[in-house]
Design a protein around this ligand. Structure first.
Ligand SMILES: Cc1cc2nc3c(=O)[nH]c(=O)nc-3n(C[C@H](O)[C@H](O)[C@H](O)COP(=O)(O)O)c2cc1C
Length: 194
């Protein structure tokens, strides 16, 4: 069955050599080839301020670029979030996007902000994260904590789940063959819309 998929390319650097962009393209084209509907949000092309004041977070209006992202999330049945690991977490600019987007009135009620009150229920997600270290070290030694934080503290909190994860480790100096293998795997996930 065709699904509505939002691919969020969460790499802040517009340089086309960044592997995250190729992974986002692979997922999107795999999904389209299987008849799914796809929208894209490319963080590197979005203009919005960092959220500084609580009053701005609780204000009725959000910056124009953020209203567009909210509309795309509201439309989607499945979110695919792709980002590099920077100093152990998602890039600050991606966190800024979540802070701006998941605000009261859109992601949860104005008052009650407890787990289970998220307004974005009914959507599934996949996180794809690239990193320099081997995936086994990230899972075994660091307990994949940035993935857990995104999955539980952000997505789950607003009602999105279940969330699957893919770790693309050892990405620095990856060979062309390994690149192609990853792109094939990610395109297959897109075809299956998972
Ligand atoms: C600012 C910065 C911080 C980074 N921090 C980490 C890190 O904490 N752990 C890690 O394994 N790799 C780290 N890396 C390596 C990146 O994760 C890696 O270069 C990236 O995932 C490659 O994907 P890209 O081509 O899409 O940028 C860092 C790279 C940069 C530029």
């Amino acid at each position: 069955m065709a699904r509505r998929i939002l691919v969020l390319d969460g790499h802040p650097d517009p340089d086309p050599r960044r592997f995250c962009h190729a992974l986002a393209d692979a997922y999107a084209s795999g999904a389209v080839s299987a008849g799914h509907e796809v929208r894209r949000v490319d963080l590197s092309g979005l203009e919005f301020p960092d959220l500084i004041r609580r009053d701005d977070w609780e204000a009725a209006s959000a910056p124009a670029a953020i209203l567009g992202v909210q509309a795309d999330i509201a439309w989607a049945q499945h979110l695919v979030i792709i980002h590099p690991l920077w100093l152990g977490f998602m890039p600050a600019r991606l966190k800024a996007l979540f802070e701006q987007t998941f605000r009261p009135g859109f992601a949860f009620g104005q008052r009650e902000r407890t787990l289970g009150d998220g307004r974005l229920k009914g959507r599934t997600a996949r996180i794809i994260v690239t990193m320099g270290m081997p995936a086994a070290i990230y899972r075994g030694f660091y307990f994949a904590h940035a993935l857990t934080a995104l999955r539980r503290n952000i997505l789950s909190f607003v009602g999105i789940g279940p969330t699957r994860t893919t770790i693309v480790g050892n990405v620095e100096g990856i060979s062309d063959v390994q690149c192609e293998q990853w792109l094939d795997r990610i395109a297959e996930l897109g075809r299956r819309a998972i």
